[in-house]
Design a protein around this ligand. Structure first.
Ligand code: IMP
Ligand code: MG
Length: 199
């Protein structure tokens, strides 16, 4: 999709309406332009929280936040969750072992039992779905009561897997974005708004 169409779809001239939004952001060797305002992100987060609040009434879900990218989404999401809940943080090790099926990353940080728990995976973005498949493969062995997936952003054109994405804040085209937790080579996670790469 053309950048003009992509940007226009969500926020042409964002910086005009919202002066705190930068026109362009330089991160390393790449330039990014405004794509989703903090306000629009806030509405998407609230829509996910509303659905979870309604689906988990009377339950005590355990949110499993996938670091690093989901840290801001998780912080804002959890502030809008009104059912009793618990939170835990996991990460995929940067070490890549080799198995017969290819490269495997190990899920680290999970110290508690998930037996009988209603788990909600919290992701920043689901792209090809590889990460979600790895998460599910790990959780499959832990005797959970249920597992659902909540992601702020979802790229349906890139998604190659069968697993259902239960809660997606916004569907976006297949382009590289940064901000609100998402990074380019470690940079840009601190941006309040989301920016798309300028081609
Ligand atoms: P997947 O395994 O291909 O679904 O990708 C999941 C992970 O890749 C996300 O949790 C992000 O950390 C990262 N990722 C995917 N798309 C983007 C993007 O557009 N910008 C920054 N990171 C991304
Ligand atoms: Mg992630």
């Amino acid at each position: 999709m053309q950048l003009r169409a992509l940007v226009g779809r969500h926020c042409t001239n964002l910086s005009y309406f919202c002066p705190s939004v930068k026109n362009e952001v330089n991160l390393g060797d790449k330039v990014f332009v405004p794509y989703l305002s903090g306000e629009k992100i806030g509405h998407a987060v609230k829509s996910v929280a509303d659905k979870i609040n309604s689906d988990y009434k009377g339950k005590n879900p355990l949110f499993l936040v996938v670091l690093n990218g989901a840290f801001l989404f998780a912080a804002d999401l959890l502030r809008s969750i009104e059912v009793d809940c618990e939170v835990s943080f996991v990460k995929f090790s940067s070490y890549e072992g080799i198995s017969t099926t290819g490269k495997v990353k190990e899920l680290i940080g999970l110290n508690e039992s998930l037996e009988g728990r209603d788990v909600i995976i919290v992701e920043d973005i689901v792209d090809t779905g590889t990460t979600i498949v790895q998460m599910m493969a790990d959780l499959d062995q832990r005797h959970t009561a249920s597992v659902k997936i909540a992601t702020l952003l979802f790229k349906p054109e890139a998604y190659k897997k069968e697993i259902k994405i239960d809660y997606a804040g916004l569907e976006i085209p297949n382009a590289f974005i940064v901000g609100y937790g998402l990074d380019y080579n470690g940079l840009g996670r601190n941006l309040k708004d989301i920016y798309v790469i300028k081609s």
